[in-house]
Design a protein around this ligand. Structure first.
Ligand code: SF4
Length: 327
């Protein structure tokens, strides 16, 4: 559906989109890199407004969000398109290509969320930031109906639209792919600086968890893990960090991440962070949530199921430490 886009201006031969740090120059009839914004008659149009490619109820643990209402579900929705070009994309059929869609008006999305009986809506699977106009409209309506708004995002958005969006967002999982600018610039065609700004602002505005997919030889050296962990620890030791196991997909040919490499990264992170988890692999000591003070079990997990075991009144039932897990 054509919907007026925000954050752009006319330039000599077309329009310049200013929603994300790609700053696409878009000629007449063309779309930007994310596929969702098009120059129609000299105006930028949000082409994918309300156009959904995927919708279903997921456990909140699948986002992954481990410290945000464990054991609940959330209606998960996506359009097609993305503003990065990761060779290892796990959802390349809908992130890098135009896909068949079904229009869901914002008010209809609210109705579906209420009927699903979950927390609210997670905008996920592809890149929600480039769905900005729909996020804003649907997000406002969801909040008016007491529903939660969750983003699973690469964090590639400029500061001004981010500030508009943040008051509507309850929780975010940001994919922090690397701490090296060269990884973003040369490997996934993005901008690390914008992602770090999103992470830092989200940490102060909503519930935040971070995920790093470890790719052998690309972002898994000990030095890089230490740099990444130093950045995350700078946000506070209670910041949640997930390391996820990579498997070959799309154009990436590297072998799967060795489990020993994931454990080594997690051990580095645990020296400075209270909550470190491993995803796409089962390693018992990086699955459950333990109290950082007394080691008691707070949340037990199995697959994508989370069960709160040791939190009552927002505190560890054993030692009384205030828990960072939102229940
Ligand atoms: S939001 Fe899309 S069109 Fe706009 S700058 Fe980013 S990639 Fe380009």
């Amino acid at each position: 559906m054509n919907h007026a886009a925000r954050f752009w201006r006319k330039v000599k031969d077309g329009v310049r989109c200013e929603l994300c740090p790609n700053f696409c120059m878009i000629g007449p009839g063309d779309a930007g890199r994310c596929l969702g914004r098009r120059n129609v008659g000299g105006e930028l149009v949000a082409f994918t407004y309300g156009e959904t490619v995927s919708m279903g109820s997921d456990p909140i643990e699948k986002k992954p969000l481990y410290h945000f209402h464990p054991g609940t579900s959330i209606l998960s929705v996506a359009t097609y398109g993305c503003n990065l070009a990761c060779p290892f994309c796990q959802n390349c059929e809908i992130s890098q290509e135009v896909a068949p869609t079904r229009y869901v008006a914002p008010e209809h999305l609210v109705t579906m969320a209420l009927e699903s009986g979950g927390l609210g809506v997670a905008f996920t699977y592809t890149e929600p930031m480039v769905w900005f106009e729909y996020l804003m409209d649907a997000g406002r309506m969801l909040k008016e109906h007491g529903q939660m708004v969750v983003l699973v995002t690469n964090g590639m958005i400029n500061a001004e639209p981010l500030e508009e969006l943040l008051p509507l967002v309850d929780a975010m999982n940001v994919d922090l792919k690397s701490i090296r600018p060269s990884f973003y610039r040369d490997y996934v065609r993005g901008r690390l600086g914008a992602v770090l700004n999103t992470v830092e602002r989200a940490r102060r505005s909503c519930h935040l968890e971070l995920t790093t997919l470890l790719i052998p030889g690309r972002n898994d050296s000990e030095e890089e893990i230490e740099e990444l962990v130093d950045f995350v620890a700078g946000l506070g030791p209670s910041t949640v960090l997930h390391f996820s196991r990579y498997f070959p997909r799309h154009r990436a040919k590297e072998p799967p991440t060795p489990v020993a490499g994931l454990v080594a990264a997690a051990e580095i992170a645990r020296r400075k962070l209270d909550y470190v988890y491993l995803g796409n692999v089962v390693v018992d000591q990086y699955r459950d949530t333990l109290c950082p003070q007394c080691g008691s079990l707070l949340v037990e997990r199995s697959g994508y199921t989370g069960v709160v075991r040791g939190i009552s009144g927002g505190k560890c039932t054993n030692c009384g430490r205030i828990s960072e897990v939102v229940t």
